[in-house]
Design a protein around this ligand. Sequence first.
Ligand SMILES: NC(=O)C1=CN([C@@H]2O[C@H](COP(=O)(O)OP(=O)(O)OC[C@H]3O[C@@H](n4cnc5c(N)ncnc54)[C@H](O)[C@@H]3O)[C@@H](O)[C@H]2O)C=CC1
Ligand SMILES: O=C([O-])CC(=O)C(=O)O
Length: 326
Amino acid sequence: MAPVKVTVTGAAGQIGYALLFRIASGQLLGADVPVRLSLLEIPPALKAAEGTAMELDDCAFPLLKGIEITDDAGKAFDGANVALLVGARPRTAGMERGDLLEANGGIFGPQGAAINAHAADDIRVLVVGNPANTNALIAQAAAPDVPAERFTAMTRLDHNRALSQLAAKLEVSVTDISKMTIWGNHSATQYPDLFHTEVGGKIAAELVDEAWLRDTFIPTVAKRGAAIIAARGASSAASAANAAIDHVHDWVNGTPEGDWTSAAIPSDGSYGVPEGLISSFPVVSREGRWEIVQGLSIDSFSRERIDASVQELVEERDAVRALNLI
Ligand SMILES: NC(=O)C1=CN([C@@H]2O[C@H](COP(=O)(O)OP(=O)(O)OC[C@H]3O[C@@H](n4cnc5c(N)ncnc54)[C@H](O)[C@@H]3O)[C@@H](O)[C@H]2O)C=CC1
Ligand SMILES: O=C([O-])CC(=O)C(=O)O
């Protein structure tokens, strides 16, 4: 079997360090799928990326068939089958939202264009770097020849956080929980929805009191990233890498029967989310494609929260449009 080429941007960063070893060990695509890694970094971080590559060599992973390190996006994405866009411009003190979007446009636009020009026909893109949904939109807009559905953004970490918070509350295992959903943006406006989540055949929202759901569960999940930064002094890295592995693994290999997961994918207009926005939905993966789970009833409590997060995505899209980034 020909190795699958996996390109990781921001490879020398902290998520990269937690991610690359798991890809090389077979956890991204499967224990029988050989991989070639391509590490894209900016020039000051190339040396650190080389150090990580040395450590990857030192693991003697049977599935790892090669590593390339480059600061040239054209080379990095040449023939790529999977692209994990992790490197991004973080928000720094005094930076306005428009500045942040513009700085990231300067990264994700050219990377989208390089994917358009050089990637393999089956390219699948997961954007991790924040603001992930809108960065994915920018990359997608720069890649008109790649089917739009191949551009996705990560809300799987939020999904996993929600599973874990609920399991702790109900004193059950995460494996007892199915049909969790994160809606909207990977930001503090996201909406983790327990109204379709099942625990031992019952609906989770009926197993917890409304005050806990509203005042504890939703804000804890939505603000977990900030809580990790406050505790660790750095943003989530191993858990973010874990979620990236879960997202791509399920995209390629399918989601289990009877369950779904969450991913930010281009909207087809389902659930009133404007077409084209890259928003988180309940999704299944079948034959290598994400599909939005249809037919869920949305009550007014959920509607208000989905709409608020989607509105934020609309504003981000309008801002990058105004900057001519899409
Ligand atoms: N969607 C999600 O759930 C999560 C997203 N994140 C986001 O992931 C991103 C990366 O996080 P960390 O690895 O902790 O950051 P980091 O700062 O440790 O690493 C980022 C790396 O990206 C590189 N980089 C910057 N510009 C680049 C470019 N144009 N091309 C290639 N590489 C470039 C930097 O040199 C650095 O090595 C951040 O934007 C963070 O906010 C983090 C956690 C969860
Ligand atoms: O804000 C950040 O950089 C980290 C993040 O997205 C998260 O942990 O969900």
